[in-house]
Design a binder for this molecule. Sequence first.
Ligand code: 13P
Length: 256
Amino acid sequence: MNRRYRKTIIAGNWKMNKTASETRALIEELKPLLAKAKWCDVVLCVPFVDISAAIKAAKGSKIAIGAQNMHFEKSGAFTGEVSADMLTDLGVKYAIIGHSERRQYFNETDETVNKKVIKALEAGLRPIVCVGESIEQRDQGVTMDNIRMQVKIALKGVAAKELKKVVFAYEPIWAIGTGRTATSSQANEVCEGVRTCLRELYGARAARSVTIQYGGSMNAKNAAELLAQTDIDGGLIGGASLKAADFTQIVEAANQ
Ligand code: 13P
């Protein structure tokens, strides 16, 4: 973390978990627990159908609500899809873009990620852009090549003044849902690499104000060490965001 230059953001990615009533219950449980979280922003990225319930339940608290995906077109014949304007109209502030599960199971590419980033920014949503390498890429020593490509394509056509609204999440695919977290130095090395790439594209001032999260089996036990690294400015948390006590401990670690 480096609070002088950028905001720490702890975001939960609930994935395909929780009904609307479970959403209300979890947020009601979290609200008093998170009331003291002064130094970081807290976001919950919930399933589309839970968004209204989440926004209502989070009212008056510091929890912002995010989506887990969105379509890149404004409107039209795209059965089953949800547009950025539909999300902002409900009060959604963030949208996860290009999560590895979407890339893997729903054919998302760097190009669709780019289109979604552009549309999210146009609509006033802050994109949380996920990048990360497979275990094969890590073993072959091409982690940073892959990440740099993902970052560069995601940002094609994004103006410098828009950059600070973009959040990056470095999520090594091999660490997601596996209980196998990247070591804090592995994670920091890649987050630093993302920032170097941003510096090359937009200059040092712009690069240092971008929030770069780590995601992949982050939990109540390892959060403090990960967040203490120079270039890890928060977390994108899956499993541990579904339990109030665990998620609260991560938020507390970000407030140290
Ligand atoms: P886990 O925290 O369950 O490993 O999930 C990480 C993730 O994919 C967050 O987007």
